[in-house]
Design a protein around this ligand. Structure first.
Ligand code: CAA
Length: 259
């Protein structure tokens, strides 16, 4: 897509693919890059032909963090007034599932971007880390919050406070940060395959499943369970529920219409 300067977008079947494309800066997440990512995500979210989105980088770097050169001279008052990095979180309001295909470095904001996605697949040489402390700061886009939920307190502390303890793909899998390790060359195709599988399910139920799992990080169990049951019940008002259950009984593949 020629409208973007720092990302590439393409459609594969029902999947939107966003490739971070600032190779000279190892996909450092400058302000404009993230604005473009959110813009592309919003367009895919509004496109009824798309059911899921994959975000990837290069084989060397998913993203090496926020752009240090761009932010190094920022003042407190500037960052505070403009809510610096606040716009990154816009991607968490996207309804369709977002899958991260992480090859190479996912450091600082790169790790945080991956953690704002719904599923992470790692290439064999992926590296996850939060090195901000070495720059005299701390993670600013979820590294002190989402990482704890993904890898537990002790490992998160070790990563964030030393800035030097990174997770390789095997460690990230063992910790539960990623759900699968894939050979480097096959990573994007494999991630798109899972995205396509999701995109062929009924979109209302996919969106509700995503919303509820993300809610589980924020609300008490009893409230989450109540929400779950109400949304489960509400799906009996959809054509997709009738189609899905009739297809099972008739021993055929369901053909969902997202209604
Ligand atoms: N910001 C800006 N430029 C970056 C960058 C970043 N985060 N990471 C890499 N680059 C640039 C380098 O400056 C270099 O540019 P030049 O060729 O102009 O010198 C180019 O990308 C290639 O990088 P290296 O030469 O360093 O490549 P390498 O293979 O030797 O090392 C690396 C790779 C280990 C990832 C190293 O680049 C690195 O440590 N990068 C910084 C990682 C980091 O600290 N990330 C956290 C940023 S802060 C943050 O993200 C805050 C937050 O919570 C949101």
């Amino acid at each position: 897509n020629t409208a973007y300067s720092h990302i590439l977008t393409e459609t594969r079947g029902k999947v939107g693919l966003i490739t971070l494309n600032r190779p000279k800066a190892l996909n450092a997440l400058c302000n404009d890059l993230f604005t473009e990512v959110n813009d592309a995500l919003r367009k895919y979210d509004n496109d009824s032909n798309i059911g899921a989105v994959v975000i990837t980088g290069s084989q060397k770097a998913f993203a090496a963090g926020a752009d240090i050169k761009e932010m190094k001279d920022n003042s407190f008052i500037e960052t505070y007034k403009t809510d610096f990095l606040g716009h990154w979180a816009e991607m968490t309001s996207i309804k369709k599932p977002i899958l991260a295909a992480v090859n190479g470095y996912a450091l600082g904001g790169g790790c945080e971007l991956a953690m704002m996605c719904d599923i992470i697949y790692a290439g064999e040489k992926a590296v996850f880390g939060q090195p901000e402390i070495k720059l005299g700061v701390i993670p600013g886009a979820g590294g002190t919050q989402r990482l704890v939920k993904a890898v537990g307190k002790s490992k998160a502390m070790e990563m964030v406070l030393t800035g030097s303890v990174n997770l390789n793909a095997q460690e990230a899998l063992a910790a539960g940060l990623v759900s699968k390790i894939v050979p480097i060359e096959e990573l994007v195709d494999e991630t798109v395959k899972t995205a396509e599988l999701i995109a062929n399910m009924g979109q209302p139920s996919v969106a509700m499943g995503k919303e509820l799992i993300n809610k589980s990080f924020e609300i008490p169990l009893s409230a989450g369970l109540r929400w779950e049951r109400i949304l489960f019940q509400s799906l009996f008002g959809t054509a997709d529920q009738k189609e899905g259950m009739n297809a099972f009984v008739e021993k055929r593949k369901a053909n969902f219409t997202n209604q």
